[in-house]
Design a protein. Structure first.
Length: 253
């Protein structure tokens, strides 16, 4: 209400060489905006991370918005209820328990508090930032070997993650393999895990991450659900998919 009108005044005064009369008070407004931004960003809790809105929740929000905008009677206001209900669905979704991404270089395990233990170097800072925005959770450092941590016990080269009665063996390098198939319910590995356990329990390693994109696991008493990013995106031209070396070697017909 202050800065933009003075910008218009400056444009009107430019043909007369008097634009400075408008630019000076316009600058006052810009300085005030920057001052407010700097002080608000320094306040604790200035950013609230929120979980992702599910597709069905987004559909409800869109339907409520259309109801509100298309009708003309008083009952059009019922669309607000749809918008609020759709936005509330973000709190009904359950984030994954384990996520492995970026060709196995990024690994996250959910703590009982709802935050995530994250393993990944400085080169994974963009992935970490996107993951925090996606889940609305704080990122905790990966526990040191033999250090006490809720749900996650780490050793040299790997560890065990326990949630909802399920145990997942986590291998961060070759020292964490091979894992005994009979003692765990799933295996998540940052290195190739081989084929010994794949027919018996879910196994997700770096090769699976390369083929399926980021892979998430949900642990439940009744089983373990595994979902890859490429599984849900389908076969699209913009979805990169690896080509087996045998197909690359076949001559074109």
């Amino acid at each position: 209400m202050w800065t933009l009108p003075w910008g218009v005044v400056s444009c009107l005064l430019m043909p007369f060489g008097l634009e400075g009369l408008g630019l000076v008070p316009m600058g006052w407004g810009i300085d005030a905006t920057i001052w407010v931004g700097e002080h608000v960003s320094a306040l604790p809790g200035n950013v609230w991370q929120t979980p992702r809105l599910p597709v069905w929740g987004l559909t409800i929000v869109a339907f409520g918005g259309l109801w509100l905008c298309l009708w003309q009677g008083k009952w059009r206001r019922w669309g607000v209820i749809g918008i609020v209900a759709g936005m509330a669905t973000m709190f009904l979704t359950r984030p994954p328990d384990i996520v492995i991404a970026d060709f196995g270089r990024f690994l996250a395990a959910r703590a009982p508090s709802g935050d995530y233990y994250v393993l990944g170097g400085n080169e994974e800072r963009i992935v970490k930032s996107l993951f925090a925005e996606e889940t609305g959770a704080a990122l905790l450092p990966w526990p040191e070997p033999d250090a006490p941590a809720d749900a996650l016990t780490c050793t040299a080269g790997g560890g065990r993650y326990i949630a909802r009665g399920k145990t997942v063996a986590i291998a961060t390098d070759d020292r964490g393999l091979p894992a005994e198939c009979d003692t765990v319910d799933a295996i998540v590995s940052q290195v190739p895990a081989g084929f010994a356990c794949r027919k018996r329990i879910p196994v997700v390693d770096r090769i699976d991450n390369w083929r399926r994109g980021a892979v998430a696991l949900w642990l439940d008493p009744g089983g373990i659900r595994v979902l890859g990013a490429n599984d849900s995106r389908g076969n699209r031209p913009w979805v990169p998919r690896p080509t087996p070396s045998k197909k690359k070697a076949e001559p074109a017909q």
